[in-house]
Design a protein around this ligand. Sequence first.
Ligand SMILES: Nc1nc2c(ncn2[C@@H]2O[C@H](COP(=O)(O)OP(=O)(O)OP(=O)(O)O)[C@@H](O)[C@H]2O)c(=O)[nH]1
Ligand SMILES: [Mg+2]
Length: 324
Amino acid sequence: MTAAGRPHPRAAVDVASLVERARSGQARAVARLLSLVEDESPALREVMALLAPYTGRAHVVGITGAPGVGKSTTTSALVTAVRGRGQRVAVVAIDPSSPLSGGALLGDRIRMSDHATDPGVFIRSVASRGQLGGLAWTTPQVLRVLDATGFDVVLVETVGVGQSEVDVARAADTTVVLLAPGMGDGIQASKAGILEIGDVYVVNKADREGAVAVRRDLRSVLSHTERPADAWRPPVLLTSAQNGEGLDQVVEELDAHLAWARKSGELERRRLRRAREEVEAIAMTALRRRWAGTSDGDRLADLAARVLAGELDPSAAADELLDS
Ligand SMILES: Nc1nc2c(ncn2[C@@H]2O[C@H](COP(=O)(O)OP(=O)(O)OP(=O)(O)O)[C@@H](O)[C@H]2O)c(=O)[nH]1
Ligand SMILES: [Mg+2]
């Protein structure tokens, strides 16, 4: 995100010491590592190699739902709950705006002032549309850094706009889907494909009329979903995040889901899929970069021109590209 005015990473980063400081809990060092991810710094390779042995410990929780349902308020309340039991927590807000806005929207999207001075809390926004396809490339690496630097829980908030919520669900160990009365009932939820991704459903704004009805409808729709006998049955909870009500139960269900996922093998399956997608995203990025511009010109553009001229068919061109 150098375009936003952040200084370009210095040529020589003392990666080992940076990693050590980040792992000892220094927020500034963690922030610096995340900047290396966003800047796609050449130092990243060494960072990731050093962090690799420490990954796989954090509980990654995705929080998604339509705009305005109370994701940020809930996230903040969850931070309080997690901190209450002495665990360290990181919050990642997926910012759907252009990468050029940098972290400017963070203050608007997350109401986190309560936690600003707590050294056990780390907050970061990530642009979902990076130069390299955004979420697929950046987010998993951000999560990886936070996991390896000792956060017990990583909360990922995304605004519910189609693909991004599904992507976040794929990146998380446990996905919380938020609804609220008057903002999308169970039927709208099923349309949005939300019924497939939730491990825990939360009907927020329980202080408002209609919350109980939303919960009843959602429970009814979920009960008609086919599941194997030993499958996880997503609970539907009521909260009033603004008043801090119902959050303890959410935390309990997050724990219960993690325990179930661990025991059933689902956690391993999800994490394996995540690792697979991560490798694929990095490899695809490297390939695109290699094809787009080499010292002997733009290989892909040359091949496209030959396809257009009828000299080559697209399959033959693809073969040439892969062989190059
Ligand atoms: N009545 C009521 N209002 C709430 C509750 N939780 C959040 N709100 C309000 O709902 C509005 C939206 O809350 P946010 O937490 O910003 O919602 P969000 O889902 O993060 O919104 P976006 O990030 O913009 O998609 C704010 O005005 C909150 O104060 C609640 O439990 N009850
Ligand atoms: Mg928000």
